[in-house]
Design a protein around this ligand. Sequence first.
Ligand SMILES: *Cc1c(COP(=O)(O)O)cnc(C)c1O
Length: 495
Amino acid sequence: MTTFHSTRSTTDSLTAKQAIRKGIADDGGLFVSDSLGETRVDLANIAAKSYQEIALDVLGALLPDYTADELKACIAEAYGDQWADPEITPLKPLGDDFVLELFNGPTSAFKDVALQILPRFMARATPAGGDPDEKIMILTATSGDTGKAALAGFADAPGTGITVFYPEGKVSEVQELQMTTQTGSNVKVAAVRGNFDDAQSAVKRIFGDRELADRLAADSHVVLSSANSINVGRLVPQVVYYFSAYAQLLRQQVINTGDEVEFVVPTGNFGDVLAGYYAKLLGLPVKHLVVASDKNNVLFDFLRTGSYNRNRPFFQTISPSMDILVSSNLERMLYYFSEGDTRLIAMLMNDLKNYGCYEIPEDLLAKIRRVFGCGWADEDQVRGAIADCWRENRYVIDPHTACGYFVMRQMPADPLTPRVLLSTASPYKFPRVVNEALGFDATGTDFACMDALAEATGTKAPAALRGLETADLRFGDVIAIDGMESFVADAAAAL
Ligand SMILES: *Cc1c(COP(=O)(O)O)cnc(C)c1O
């Protein structure tokens, strides 16, 4: 029986359903399962399978206490015609390399892959406690894309509510409008004065506040849970597209079954790239996973030196969803590479909390470096990569994907190992920056920029993004960091 416990202790023993409902462990650790990798995903017939069929195989291996019927229903609801492409995550050639488009979902960012299915997982995980009226309230701090994708997934989902905080002035016009126009009777959105890490830290404090938890349960029948990528239900759906990419490479006759593939992953909180490592543990022939960062290159330094140090300037860049100094999911990677050394992980995370830094043993770093490569791009390099990619391939990429493109092009190509760049957002989410990089008209509103981009490249803006110009504004609150807790309490009372 697969059970989950914290990365920092083995005292808990939760089913997948309980871990998904709970989000984060009581000691602040992340839920992990020691049976990861015991069940392998069969690659024999994968080329003939649809995304939905691959999802059933992968999710069945990772979340065994969901029945096959439950998983089928979750998958059918999450990966239906709200996706603009029947492949869900189509793989396209990009010069000698490949790009895996993860942005064809309802909010045009890769987070849809996970956040379309997470609410369906939660709906099928019954309350663990004694309160049959218990409702889950999702609480999320977002650097841009998570917020909207979570709102879209949870809006009007039965038995749930959602509250989203984003850093004021630090997301794009389109990203902000995506959130402030969100419909649904169970949603609340506020901008906070601070950066993403401030908001994320405050959310973590709110999760750790027992007194608040008791009050919300007693007054409003509400338990708080997380939709950030620390939730195991957010992480595992992302494993599926690595297998889907492999199936598409097989179908396009680029590889034979068993051949190794390399993935280049624009990285922030380390969820996306960690899912690639889970895929490897499930038997996918992954040679390397390349962590591509923006100017906030804390992960690059870590993977080079073994020393993680968040005591450094925070840069607000043109790839806001990667502007992160504390990559939460790294904790899970360290857990697996240290062979489940919960004492070590607890110590490292304690150092991170108290000193803002930690250092891992040399042999551990060496093991990690056999799998994970790294690189980063500053903002000029990101702009240059957008321009290069368009000039060389007639393919438009967004600033996050461009970090990966830059890093990929810096690496020596191995003709025997196909490289897949994960594309994490539609360029139409960041039309101003893209137009500036490509020399197209970048004056006027984001919507004028979308039209100019469409005109100049012969591509089309996703309808949901273009339609934001005329959507009704529903939320305009700007609050202080220390006002977040009472905002949450009010939102819970209104559920
Ligand atoms: C969230 C996000 C990332 C980073 O993904 P992580 O799982 O946090 O590493 C990269 N690009 C875009 C567009 C994103 O929204």
